[in-house]
Design a protein around this ligand. Structure first.
Ligand code: G3H
Length: 527
């Protein structure tokens, strides 16, 4: 199915990068970008398809990008951090309108670079555009609340939210557009300046936006680098000039980067990290609904979502019935190329992932679990068909590891304390899905679960969206909260002007308000 000479792959060669408002030509080494979708077979082995190349940058240019962001912030004096809110919003609107014209190529690259199916790739793009518009609205709302003075005691105050400084933005490969932008956009609109490096996969799809960044924002506000994190993010962190590390990815990368920063107390962290969200299926759960939600929860985008259901705890009284029906449903899922109609399962973008998944299956088998569905574990060069593994126990890697791929461990339980203890002992604390209907049992359970994770999904799979809801986690799963509104808070700090409430000061404040001398002291109501 994956070898076809009829399909034309895209090819994008980008030798440009954006620093200090200039799209410069990269003269150094380039890195090829390979898609794990195969179009050719050479000597009996499948070959990834080369779909483009990007600069493989080094420390020197990384530090130039940082310097550009530092200069654009200019100790808080820069054009961008002091600009009127409505002017920053105008820049953002300009950007999103140009971005909207790049939908076709970006959706195509999402399919080729990370194997996301067409519907989900389109959704990722559209959701990101919507996120930008929603962020603009949320910022106007926030700003309206600041368009006033407060008086407490004899102190008059004008309280606003101000930027933090220079933000290093690093996104993940599974949502290379949406999640990267869910950091970058609020960081920018709040007046910070940024250095941004696309994820390890899903790099080419950023290149059609370079000119949009250049046209929409003042120089130095957005700086875009390409290359390996180790080579370019590490030296940037070592300088101590980064005020905010905004990263969605793995905690090991976040901790390694944080450790390089010489002044840890000055570094604000906004992190979306790994998770092992469990599904807990109670004896009275509606079976059909539960199967449907568990399919989308475990296998949307092949399970490569931080919010995916990564372990299912099923009550022992229904576990056989659940496994029989769930296995049947999994085996009917369509595997195909991302752009083919009805492809639900698609090639895995990481070359080593099928073997890693196979390794988890073998480890579980060697410790007593079995593959429960007929097609489970069938291998293709770039895929491993989803395997339902049962009975899984604590000795198996699959019980603990965030598999981030198509394999589903099932654990049966007798006493509800078993899954609750497992969650309490786990390193993660993002979300849970709870299936059942008896309110006498659900009520107290919800009360406990809400203290173990940050979102309890009742008879529904776990997910991040809608983006207006808070997205966060406990333990190793997150630092800070992201949502359209929360992200504006995360990337800013409350800062205000205070004065003794007397004639002398009030006259000065009034004059400031009547003049154009300060963008901060401003009570303009943004419609
Ligand atoms: O990888 C984690 C994403 O935040 C998941 O987002 O639940 O919308 O797929 P999603």
């Amino acid at each position: 199915m994956q070898v076809s000479n009829k399909i034309k792959s895209p090819y994008v060669s980008c030798n440009k990068y954006l620093i200090n408002g200039e799209l410069s030509q990269w003269e150094g080494p380039m890195a090829e970008v390979a898609s794990n979708i195969y179009l050719t077979e050479k000597l009996g082995s499948f070959e990834p398809t080369i779909i483009g190349k990007v600069p493989d940058m080094d420390e020197k240019v990384a530090l130039n990008a940082l310097e550009s962001a530092v200069n654009a912030f200019s100790r808080g004096k820069g054009l961008w951090p002091t600009m009127k809110v409505k002017e920053r919003i105008a820049c953002m609107e300009k950007f999103v309108h140009i971005m909207a014209t790049k939908r076709k190529i970006i959706v195509e690259l999402l399919m080729w670079e990370i194997g996301k199916n067409k519907a989900d790739a389109a959704k990722e793009f559209d959701r990101t555009v919507e996120y930008i518009f929603d962020t603009i609205e949320a910022y106007k709302k926030l700003d309206r609340k600041s368009a006033k003075f407060d008086t407490e005691g004899n102190i008059r105050a004008h309280v606003r939210r101000g930027p933090l400084g220079v933000v290093l933005c690093l996104g993940p490969y599974n949502y290379p557009l949406n999640e990267t932008f869910s950091l970058l956009i609020p960081a920018l609109i709040m007046g910070n300046t940024t250095v941004f490096k696309p994820a390890k996969l899903g790099v080419l799809l950023i290149t059609p936006l370079l000119e949009a960044f250049q046209e929409a924002f003042p120089k130095g506000v957005v700086n875009v680098l390409f290359g390996r994190g180790r080579k370019i993010a590490a030296p940037i962190m070592k300088t101590g000039k980064v005020d905010v590390l905004a990263l969605i990815g793995h905690s090991t990368s976040a901790v390694a980067l944080q450790d390089l920063h010489p002044y840890k107390n000055r570094l604000r962290l906004i992190l979306g990290l790994e998770a092992k969200n469990p599904g807990i299926i109670l004896p009275d759960a509606d079976m059909d609904l539960t199967i449907k939600e568990c399919i989308s929860g475990t296998l949307s985008y092949n399970g490569q979502r931080c919010t995916a259901l990564k372990i299912l705890f099923v009550h022992e009284s229904i576990v056989d019935d659940f496994i029989a029906k769930f296995s049947k449903a999994v085996d009917t899922l369509n595997f195909g190329l991302p752009w083919e109609d009805g492809s639900f399962l698609t090639p895995l973008p990481e070359i080593q992932k099928p073997n890693y998944i196979k390794g988890l299956i073998k480890d579980a088998e060697s410790k007593g679990a079995k593959v429960m569905n007929q097609k489970g574990g069938e291998m293709l060069p770039n895929y491993c068909f989803p395997a339902i593994m049962y009975p899984v126990n604590e000795q198996m890697d699959l019980y603990h590891e965030e598999q981030f791929g198509p394999v589903i461990p099932i654990v049966s339980f007798k006493d509800i304390d078993e899954p609750l203890n497992a969650m309490a002992n786990s390193d993660y604390g993002q979300q849970v899905s709870l299936f059942g209907e008896d309110v006498k049992q659900l009520g107290p359970l919800i009360d406990t679960l809400a203290n173990l994770v940050c979102r309890v999904n009742l008879n529904s799979s776990c997910q991040r969206g809608p983006d207006v809801y808070p997205f966060t986690g406990r333990k190793n799963s997150a630092v800070g909260t992201l949502s359209v509104f929360d992200a504006l808070r995360s990337f800013s700090i409350r800062t205000f002007v205070a004065s003794k409430d007397n004639k002398y000061n009030n006259a000065i404040l009034q004059e400031l308000l009547n003049s154009d001398h300060s963008n901060f002291i401003n009570t303009e109501y943004l419609l």
